[in-house]
Design a binder for this molecule. Structure first.
Ligand code: GDP
Length: 439
């Protein structure tokens, strides 16, 4: 799914627009329990296309002369990682020097399409006032009210046209390699793991957070099988830009997930599982990628049964949204447990590519629904006519039903689990899509 980045000053209405666009998303995983809904990124549908929407956050200038640097850093991040950039301005505040600075900077450096939206334009008077934005001379300019949804459809239509053509993402192409993204918070051990896997100090590991280094894809060949390790550690900068470090890391992770088949989310055993780890895991599945959870630094809990127990319990709770997700324990530092990773990736990738047998699928379907018929929803009962696989990566099944609105979420979960079992999917996700008769 393409990435659309929203940039703009604080208070121009980025979150209002963000909420409006992401509200109606249909996630593959149920909302993760215990996870605060993240405002930083979310899924949205633009003219029927799924996209990931990223709020790059406000560039909040501590002092005027620092503003340019801050803007440039945020915009650079968006230009590097996004497919389309959506620049938001405040029509009520009018055209500001900052807007002009942003436009000037983008004109010089933009390598991706840019769309401007002047927000808070709620009436004809304001529209006149907002007209000064034409002086920016930008190609795509819209006047909207995110709060009242005014002008938003036109904006979305323009955005949709600027998205990269469908089927162009790298992960869809077969390059004869398994693309594995290593995801996780800074210092969780991503680079150490890459070094372990390659047996070389390809990436400089440092104890000092904020040290500079480069992110590069690392090709790897083991037993004639080819992998591409996608590192998300990225470039770390010293100084004030560090405030946005975690954010930049997340942004980079989103892009890495887009490029990967398999996303390995690393969890730091000594720190326990965090909201960030869960959000990343959810994002991997929502992006229709295969997920592995890796508990790294397991050596730090050696001999400490109490802490091990607590962590195992945490993991069990956290993984309830996708209990079939493979879970590995390792130490990138000592090498313990690392050799299980690639065989697990192989198995996962094989299931992820699986083609299902239609006869077997429908036989399983009728057994499953007979054993446990759908519950009444609003006094009506769901009827499932038949199923067919429409895609792999991950195996995706369309179920023809009388009325998709009668799918109870618990029944969806039951169906998914039972179908997975019947079709031999042990660790890969299965995607179910319910379609009505007319669709
Ligand atoms: P990254 O930011 O995720 O790439 O993390 P690094 O690979 O740079 O590792 C951060 C720090 O954690 C370094 O000091 C590593 O030596 C240390 N580290 C990485 N993996 C392990 C592990 O399995 N066990 C222990 N004890 N330390 C580790």
């Amino acid at each position: 799914t393409p990435i659309v980045a929203i940039v703009g000053r604080p208070n121009v209405g980025k979150s209002t627009l963000f909420n409006r666009l992401t509200r109606t998303r249909q996630a593959l995983v149920d909302d993760l329990p215990g996870v605060t809904r993240d405002r930083l990124y979310g899924r949205a549908k633009i003219e029927g296309r799924e996209v990931t929407l990223v709020d790059t956050g406000g560039f909040d200038p501590p002092a005027d002369q620092a503003f340019a640097a801050e803007v440039h850093a945020q915009i650079q991040m968006a230009l590097d990682e996004a497919d389309v950039i959506l620049c938001l301005a405040d029509g009520r505040a009018g055209l500001t020097p900052q807007d002009q600075e942003v436009a000037r900077h983008l004109r010089r450096t933009a390598t991706k399409p840019v769309v401007w939206a002047v927000n808070k334009v709620d009436g004809p008077n304001l529209e006149d006032a907002a007209a000064e934005f034409y002086s920016l001379g930008v190609e795509h300019l819209f006047f909207i009210s995110a709060a009242h949804a005014r002008g938003v459809p036109d904006l979305l239509e323009a955005l949709a046209e600027l998205l990269p053509p469908e089927g162009e993402d790298e992960a869809a192409q077969d390059l004869g390699e398994v693309r594995l993204a290593l995801l996780g918070r800074p210092n969780v051990g991503k680079s150490s793991l890459i070094n372990r896997l390659t047996g070389q100090e390809r990436v400089v590991v440092s104890d000092v957070p904020g040290t500079t280094r480069d992110a590069v894809d690392t090709p790897l060949e083991v037993d004639g099988k080819r992998y591409l390790l996608i590192d998300t550690a990225g470039i770390r900068r010293q100084g004030r830009v560090n405030r946005g470090l975690e954010k930049a890391g997340v942004f980079r992770s989103l892009r890495a997930v887009e490029r990967a088949h398999v996303g390995a989310v690393l969890v730091d055993a000594s720190e326990g599982i965090t909201d960030q780890d869960l959000r990343l895991s959810g994002h991997v599945l929502d992006s229709h990628r295969a997920l592995i959870m890796v508990v790294n630094k397991w050596d730090l809990l050696a001999g400490d049964e109490y802490r091990q127990k607590i962590l195992l319990h945490e993991l069990e709770m956290a993984r309830r949204f996708a209990p079939w997700t493979p879970l590995l324990f390792m130490s990138a530092k000592t090498g313990q447990g690392v050799k299980k990773l690639l065989p697990t990736v192989d198995q996962l990738f094989a299931e992820y590519n699986q083609r299902l047998n239609t006869g077997q699928l429908n036989q399983a379907l009728s057994q499953i629904t007979e054993h446990h018929p759908p519950p009444l929803v609003k006094n009506k009962r769901l009827k499932i006519y038949y199923g067919s696989q429409v895609a792999s990566r991950p195996p995706t099944v369309v179920l023809k039903v009388n009325d998709p609105s009668r799918v109870h979420f618990s029944y969806r979960r039951y169906l998914t689990n039972e179908l997975r079992r019947a079709l031999g999917l042990t660790i890969a996700p299965l995607r179910l899509i319910f379609r009505g008769k007319q669709e």
